[in-house]
Design a protein around this ligand. Structure first.
Ligand code: HXC
Length: 517
């Protein structure tokens, strides 16, 4: 055989070997758990034939515990680049069939390498995580590898979008990299995230708990808020990741792609005039209003099951990508509390990092009172949202659909904290508090001394209502730029965001602010 032929054969053999990963048996076990292999996941995520692998022949350097005899090309993670809907992304996929996808020194180096490339070339990083955590045979070297990744995650934060899917166990160090990224996807029944697993929990706290109820998708998408999205299976999860990418720019210097069909098509917004109930205490679904305002079927909700009293997500409006933050009167009357403030603040900051304009729909009776809220630092957490809006320099528009009471009026993207345009519907009520409570406080003496205190209270409530339970006092001051009909809002918003598209706003020079964490 000629040298050329021998060299070619050697290369092809190595390529074949790297494709075998952990072997047929382990691949079958992976499939039997309802999980795909790392390569199958990459194939489904990326455009056909677009993936280019980097580091396929990397091996670990460990020689303890006989590891020098156990070498698998690629060392448990597949890294490289490709395209999603023709847009460049960098991707790593941990391969559970190789040492349980555990993270060795070299496994970490491969991930860090593509993260650095993603930052230099300005494209999103997607991590498909399926790992038993630190490679136990490597000890501290593996811990160092994790820290190297956390460091890169932090440097990349706000530079390029970072998206994580949890597609298997994710314990110990394996959870902190996803936690620093922008969005976490989980799959039902096959993915778990915890700092310490059920066995350690039992030993330390004597608490018996299953993996699912300790750190399954349902827990993290509803209770802890660690996960932003859940899917029934990996296929749906990967599809949703692609959908998310379609709303995002490639990096902090660019804008999200615009859809070609920029139209005022507003047939679906005709019904908006009929949604707000006659009684201001009757709930309604803010998602009906979002659907009527944004381009048909374009709303992509984030954190759907967590803190449902605030709704956040991406949408297209006249073909342009926007972030929507909306109080949800259907749940706890849309009140702001600890969880909803944190949820919205993080979303606002993401949109601001990546030049995605913000639309705020406001119907909020105020902050939730009570010891539980105060003891859980509603002050600090509410301040997060206030801070996040205040420092956001992207185009920001608010529509007050109904209530804008108290501190929540200020917080929910008011003009005073830098919103560009604030609209109100005729149903808006903008005041320090609801008329009943207000009357009781400021007319206490008159009510008490009246012949019929009950009737006097009603009268005073009416009086306060007439003055403040409308948008006109605020409009007289210029705090509201225009009072508009629900059915004309979509058109106005498309024009307004168009007008604001070249907005330039700068913050005072500083190293970085100190958001109340
Ligand atoms: C080396 C590992 C491994 C690890 C799994 N494997 N985890 N090898 N290091 N961390 C190997 C197994 O030996 C096995 O190899 C193969 O992967 C599959 O594992 P199984 O246990 O057979 O699979 P399964 O029953 O599905 O259980 C998966 C698992 C379990 C729940 C992940 O393997 C597990 O509990 N692993 C340890 C998790 C852990 O404690 N990690 C350290 C976290 S501490 P063979 O050859 O038999 O197929 C940490 C610190 C970082 O990460 C801190 C940074 C801040």
């Amino acid at each position: 055989m000629s040298t050329h032929k021998a060299n070619t054969k050697k290369l092809l053999n190595k390529r074949e070997e790297s494709l075998q990963a952990g072997g047929k048996e382990r691949i079958e076990i992976q499939h039997s758990k309802g999980k795909l292999t790392a390569r199958e996941r990459i194939e489904l995520l990326l455009d056909t034939d677009s993936f280019e692998e980097i580091g396929a022949f990397v091996k670990h350097r460990s020689s303890d515990f006989g590891m020098e005899k156990k070498q698998i090309l690629g060392d448990g993670v597949i890294t490289g680049y490709g395209t999603v809907n023709k847009r460049l992304v960098y991707v790593y996929a941990q391969d559970f069939t190789v040492f349980g996808g555990s993270l060795s020194e070299t496994h970490a180096e491969k991930i860090v390498k593509i993260m650095e490339m993603a930052m230099k070339n300005g494209a999103p990083i997607i991590g498909l995580n399926d790992s038993g955590g630190a490679r136990i045979q490597e000890g501290v070297v593996s811990l160092g590898g994790y820290a190297d990744i956390f460091y890169q995650n932090t440097l990349a934060s706000g530079v390029v979008p970072q998206i994580s899917a949890i597609l298997g166990p994710c314990a110990g160090g394996a959870v902190y990299s996803p936690a620093i990224t922008d969005f976490i996807f989980m799959t039902d029944n096959t993915s778990y995230m915890f700092v310490t697993g059920p066995n350690v929990v039992k030993t330390v706290t004597n608490e018996e708990v299953s993996s699912e109820s300790l750190g399954g998708s349902s827990v993290h998408s509803s209770k802890s808020g660690v996960a932003h999205f859940t899917a029934k299976n990996e296929l749906i999860c990967l599809e949703n990741m692609k959908l998310l990418l379609s709303y995002l720019p490639q990096n902090c210097e660019s804008k999200a792609p615009e859809l070609e069909t920029i139209s005022y098509d507003d047939q679906h917004s005709k019904n908006l005039d009929n949604i707000i109930p006659d009684s201001s205490s009757t709930p309604y679904d803010i998602k009906d209003i979002i659907s009527g305002l944004v381009d048909s079927n374009s709303f992509f909700e984030v954190h759907k099951n967590y803190a449902p009293n605030i709704v956040v997500g991406f949408a297209h409006l006249g073909g342009k990508s926007i972030g929507v933050v909306a109080n949800q009167p259907n749940y706890l009357a849309g009140v702001l509390d600890v969880e909803s403030s944190k949820k919205a603040a993080r979303f606002v900051r993401f949109c601001d990092c990546f030049n995605i304009p913000l639309l705020v729909l406001e119907d909020v009776p105020g902050f939730l009172p009570g010891t539980e809220q105060e003891w859980n630092a509603i002050i600090t957490n509410g301040a997060k949202l206030l801070y996040a809006f205040s420092e956001a320099t992207v185009p920001r528009i608010t529509v007050i659909t109904r209530k804008a009471y108290g501190g929540a009026y200020d917080v929910m993207n008011s003009k005073h904290i830098g919103a560009d345009l604030n609209f109100a519907w005729p149903s808006a009520e903008i005041a320090v508090m609801g008329a009943k409570g207000a009357a009781e406080i400021i007319f206490r003496k008159e009510i008490k001394e009246a012949e019929d205190p009950e009737e006097a209270w009603k009268q005073k409530e009416k009086e306060y209502s007439e003055i403040f339970a409308n948008p006109y006092r605020a409009a007289e001051r210029g705090f509201i730029d225009e009072v508009i009909l629900p059915s004309e809002t979509r058109r106005k918003l498309i024009k307004a965001f168009g007008m604001l598209q070249n907005k330039v706003a700068t913050l005072p020079r500083k190293k970085h602010g100190n958001i109340p964490l």
